[in-house]
Design a protein around this ligand. Structure first.
Ligand SMILES: Nc1ncnc2c1ncn2[C@@H]1O[C@H](COP(=O)(O)OP(=O)(O)OP(=O)(O)O)[C@@H](O)[C@H]1O
Ligand SMILES: [Mg+2]
Length: 275
């Protein structure tokens, strides 16, 4: 199934809303979704109909790694700053949901909610990341592949339910390490090179082995399931050409939304409404 126009439209609206230049909202019913990731902490704000209104994206400085909150206070501080920025822009958030990486259980999952509670939010719910993503993509079947900063997460979805999930440590940072090694530059410079649209076609060949490794991980995890479509989300999925590599390595049809990095945070916010 292709990603619908309305799904991409909602993602585009959220992307535009990150500028916080929209008219101040007079909505009482605002919901937030907080994505605590390895590379970024993203808060998305929607109204009670699921229209994206605002959002903030901050580098998480490795407060979170491989799905665990390592630096609790660091994460709380970033989120508090985000809440302040949103309040100043006219969006006072009280209700929010958080998401945990697939496979996170028990207390490790609860910590994601605790970070929200620590900044005074009423925790509407906790949701796993692929389910959040599937809500934005408007899909009920297929494999959601979330390639973030630290890991590649694979979730097989059937009839709207996650039936299999795995997360392996290969992500954007591994792309940076290859570039840093090749060009003999620091990792933070490699990161800038990677996201520079002017350089991306030139470096694609160099980092294709990393994308192939990700494809191998995906292939291995979905082999026992009947999957027709792979849906790419997460920041690393933004890289032009990664979809083609994964398509040719897995032999499956790969769908990519307009801005894969914003899908999960938006989905977490949407989950507040249906909860
Ligand atoms: N245009 C781009 N091209 C390639 N990579 C990008 C682009 N924009 C962002 N990224 C990469 O996406 C990663 C961050 O993605 P995302 O926000 O989904 O990760 P995360 O949720 O913080 O991490 P994780 O899910 O592993 O905990 C970073 O490695 C960043 O370099
Ligand atoms: Mg993530």
């Amino acid at each position: 199934m292709k990603i619908s126009k309305s799904a991409n439209q909602r993602i585009a609206t959220f992307e535009a809303a990150l500028s916080l230049t929209e008219n101040r909202s007079h909505e009482d019913l605002l919901f937030a979704g907080v994505d605590l990731g390895t590379a970024y902490i993203v808060t998305a704000v929607v109204d009670h109909q699921g229209n994206p209104l605002a959002g903030v994206l901050t580098r998480s400085q490795y407060s979170i790694r491989d799905g665990l909150v390592l630096d609790y206070l660091g994460a709380v501080n970033i989120l508090r700053q985000q809440v302040d920025v949103l309040r100043e822009a006219g969006f006072s958030i009280r209700s929010a949901a958080a998401a945990y990486p697939p496979g996170t259980i028990g207390r490790n999952a609860k910590v994601f909610g605790n970070v929200l509670a620590a900044v005074g939010m009423d925790v509407k719910g906790l949701i796993d990341e692929p389910t959040a993503a599937s809500m934005v993509l408007e899909i009920t079947d297929g494999a959601v592949v979330d390639i973030g900063g630290g890991t590649t997460g694979i979730s097989v979805i059937k009839d709207g339910k996650v039936i299999y999930t795995a997360d392996e440590p290969t992500g954007g940072i591994h792309v940076d390490l290859v570039l840093a090694g090749h060009f003999k530059i620091p990792v933070h410079e490699a990161e800038l090179m990677k996201i520079d649209p002017e350089r991306q076609s030139e470096i694609l060949l160099l980092i294709t082995p990393v994308f192939q490794k990700m494809s191998t991980i995906v292939k291995r995890h979905i082999k026992d399931y009947s999957v027709d479509n792979i849906y790419l989300v997460g920041g690393t999925s933004c890289f032009p050409g990664i979809d083609t590599v994964i398509e040719s390595e897995t032999g499956l049809s790969v769908e990519r939304p307009d801005n894969p990095m914003l899908v999960t945070p938006l989905g977490i916010a949407l989950s507040c409404i249906t909860n």
